[in-house]
Design a protein around this ligand. Structure first.
Ligand code: PEP
Ligand code: MG
Length: 333
């Protein structure tokens, strides 16, 4: 790490105009923890659990084995919050494990992104969700955690997920297991157009929202995020995506639900300026991007962000939004 990064780590993520911004890290494996500390992350905004078990041979890790793993992250964060997302298998992730456990047909589907994926898969196989939630609840007795549900498309899925969450907590308590009281917050990913368009309803049923712009971009623009053929059409700053982000963010803010952005867009410092202009104050990104985003944040005024957001929302052409963001001058002249 650069020497200036060491100094930067101790400085607050605060705009020139005084507003505090929360910069969190996206994490997949425990081996990333040292880098995350060096980057000065204020917490883990997204722990993608599907990668934790990718190398596991034999049986899928049981409740206690999973709890031990989650505790490692919580302990490393030393009091800062860890947001643990339950398995987001299906789509482009976890096909080997799914096949091994005999779950679904996703690996044979031509279009797995539209198949049994994320929360849908977990609700179809509730034992998998119960085991993971029980493990998270056990680990959550040792430090602050939040639970995140992936790939939500309707509010009844949240209610079904919450039922299982509360039932799992009751079972643990009956067995004399210590868990946090009140229960850790249960939030949802807003990463489908359906969820973004109904974010006001989602926000009432969830304790917090996490905007997943990677999938939101894919589903909104009908562009596969992993397909080289259409990579040039994959545009997280497309006006359609921006409008969905803007409306989802304002739905959450209106009823004071915490909302963060955890897609790759949060690793782009100038895009973060735009998102601040849309009212967002919390961002989760890969640890390697955190120092440069922090440097940008510390050079911004809220006025400059607001102006950028207003201009971007008025654009109709994705290339023009991209140019606006590219040419953006952080500090108001
Ligand atoms: C997203 O979709 O933006 C997201 C953060 O989740 P993932 O990249 O793991 O699908
Ligand atoms: Mg996603």
């Amino acid at each position: 790490a650069r020497r200036s990064d060491t100094k930067l780590r101790r400085l607050p993520a605060r705009l020139v105009s005084g507003e505090d911004i929360e910069l969190l890290a996206n994490v997949e494996l425990p081996t990333e923890l040292p880098q995350l500390k060096r980057a000065g992350a204020a917490g883990i905004g997204l722990l993608r659990t599907e990668f934790l078990f990718a190398e596991t041979e034999g049986d899928f890790p049981d409740e206690l084995a999973q709890a031990a793993l989650y505790k490692r992250f919580i302990k490393a964060m030393g009091g800062a919050s860890t947001t643990i997302r339950v398995l987001d298998w299906g789509g482009e992730k976890g096909h080997d494990q799914m096949a091994r456990l005999g779950l679904g047909q996703a690996s044979h589907s031509d279009n797995p992104a539209l198949g049994l994926r994320g929360l849908r898969l977990l609700l179809r196989h509730p034992h998998l969700l119960e085991t993971q939630l029980a493990a998270i609840l056990r680990a959550g007795a040792t430090g602050p955690v939040r639970v995140l549900l992936p790939m939500v498309t309707s509010s009844d899925e949240i209610m079904r997920g919450r039922d299982i969450y509360e039932r799992t907590a009751r079972k643990l308590r009956r067995r004399g297991v210590t868990i946090a009281d009140p229960l850790p917050p249960l939030g949802v990913m807003i990463e489908t157009p359906a969820a973004a368009l109904t974010a006001d309803i989602m926000a009432r049923r969830a304790d917090f929202l996490a905007l997943g712009t990677n999938d939101l971009t894919m589903y909104t623009l009908a562009v596969d995020r992993a397909l080289a053929d259409v990579a040039s059409l994959y545009a997280p700053l497309h006006p359609a995506v921006l409008r969905l982000i803007a409306s989802a963010a304002s739905a959450a803010l209106q009823i004071h639900r915490p909302v963060s952005v955890c897609g790759e867009i949060a690793a782009d410092p100038r895009a973060v300026a735009l998102l601040i202009g849309l009212g967002l104050r919390s961002f989760s990104m890969s640890a390697s991007a955190l120092p440069r985003v922090k440097r940008m944040v510390r050079s911004l005024t809220l006025d400059a962000c607001d102006r950028l957001a207003r201009q971007a929302l008025a654009e109709t052409d994705p290339a023009r939004v991209r140019a606006l963001v590219r040419d953006f001058k952080p500090t108001a002249a």
